[in-house]
Write a protein that binds this ligand. Structure first.
Ligand SMILES: Nc1ncnc2c1ncn2[C@@H]1O[C@H](COP(=O)(O)OP(=O)(O)OP(=O)(O)O)[C@@H](O)[C@H]1O
Ligand SMILES: [Mg+2]
Length: 351
């Protein structure tokens, strides 16, 4: 496939969870990216409260749109289309960005596109590697999803493997909560783990048994690991002060081992020479280090998104929208928000 050469300019809105984000992207170039995080509000509750998230999005979205245009120094005339994340995510939260995007599309006579949030996470790496082109393997590791995706072409995805229970980011958040480290858990476990020894506590790597014997080569499980950390923590608490850094390092090493092993197996089995990582856990320093090492040993390329585009942002949504727009995709104004939608059903978003 030839290198990407589009110059469509798209304004995208992302409100699927607890970040109100608006960005303007031209081709693969970010002209502005505004992210207003609600983390400080949700931290009090130890996780995202959906009703609170929706209300915060309503308050923030108008200002974020104005800021994105000002920062890019553009008027509506320069925008080719307006996009918003429409699935998957919190329905009430998604509806805020979606309604704003549809309204702007009508008022300014622009095409409208609904974008799949996970397609956005896949596209985050295009922002640092503009010539990236399918086919490749995407290791999608976010707060709500963990999948090994065969990206066969723009908008053409096959799920090779996935978690059967908790997502990798969710496991970081739950383990952080049981260690009293607060929310979100990933960054704080990552930081603490640097001072710990990952070999202190051997922890079980979840495996999925197959009826015919053996284990599923790509599917993963993280809920057993979380329970093992809980039991370990209960035992250690009775013995004195908790060795939090060693627990964090041991837990993180186990998650990373499970992800790296499966990503390499998928890439080799499907003869894919590039592994692209997406989602909040792509920010993890041990995952970055270990996947780079393993990829080098197997003669594979690995691409991580820029740190600021790992967690939720609208630049990745706009970047995905550029390809969809160039391919002629347009969404009807009747498009609704959906809490769940597989990446393989993305065509249902377009006319
Ligand atoms: N350095 C890090 N190490 C590990 N995990 C991290 C790190 N930084 C962020 N995370 C995790 O990333 C997750 C947030 O990522 P993201 O914004 O992609 O998730 P989400 O949007 O909530 O979920 P989804 O994209 O599946 O809807 C959280 O679970 C957080 O703990
Ligand atoms: Mg996300």
């Amino acid at each position: 496939m030839p290198p990407f050469s589009s110059s469509a300019t798209i304004l995208a809105i992302e409100t699927s969870c607890d970040e109100t984000a608006v960005a303007i992207v031209q081709g693969r170039q970010v002209l502005s990216s505004i992210v207003t995080s609600q983390i400080d509000i949700h931290r009090r509750y130890g996780g995202v409260v959906p009703e609170v998230a929706s209300r915060e999005h309503v308050q923030a979205v108008g200002g974020a749109i104005a800021q994105a245009l000002t920062a890019a120094n553009l008027s509506w005339n320069s925008i080719d289309a307006i996009a918003a994340t429409c699935a998957p995510g919190l329905v009430g939260a998604l509806m805020v960005g979606l309604s704003a995007a549809k309204t702007l599309a009508v008022v300014h006579h622009k095409p409208f596109l609904g974008i799949h949030h996970l397609e956005g996470h896949i596209y985050a790496s295009y922002l640092s590697e503009p010539t990236l082109a399918p086919p490749f393997l995407c290791l999608l590791v976010s707060g709500g999803h963990t999948s090994f995706v065969h990206v066969r072409g723009p908008g053409d995805y096959a799920i090779l493997g996935k978690t059967r229970d908790d997502a990798a980011g969710e496991a970081f958040d739950k383990v952080a909560r049981l260690l009293d480290l607060g929310y979100p858990g990933g960054p704080v476990i990552d930081r603490l783990a640097q001072q710990g020894n990952p070999q202190t506590f051997p922890l079980p790597e979840g495996k999925i048994s197959l009826p015919e014997g053996g284990f599923h080569p790509y599917d993963a499980s993280f809920s057993g690991l979380k329970t093992a950390v809980l039991r370990l923590t209960e035992k250690l608490r009775t013995q004195g002060e908790l060795p939090v850094a060693d627990i964090a390092a041991s837990f993180q090493a186990t998650v990373v081992r499970a992800l790296v092993k499966r990503a390499i197996a998928c890439a080799q089995d499907y003869k894919l020479t590039t592994i692209v990582v997406g989602g909040g856990v792509a920010a993890n320093s041990t995952l970055r280090e270990q996947l780079q090492l393993a990829a080098k040993a197997h003669d594979l390329n690995v691409i991580f998104p820029p740190m600021k585009y790992c967690t939720d942002n609208a630049a990745m949504i706009a970047c995905a929208a550029v390809d969809q727009f160039e391919n002629g995709a347009r969404s009807p104004l009747t498009l609704g928000a959906q809490s769940k939608l597989s990446l393989t059903d993305i065509a249902s978003l377009y006319q």
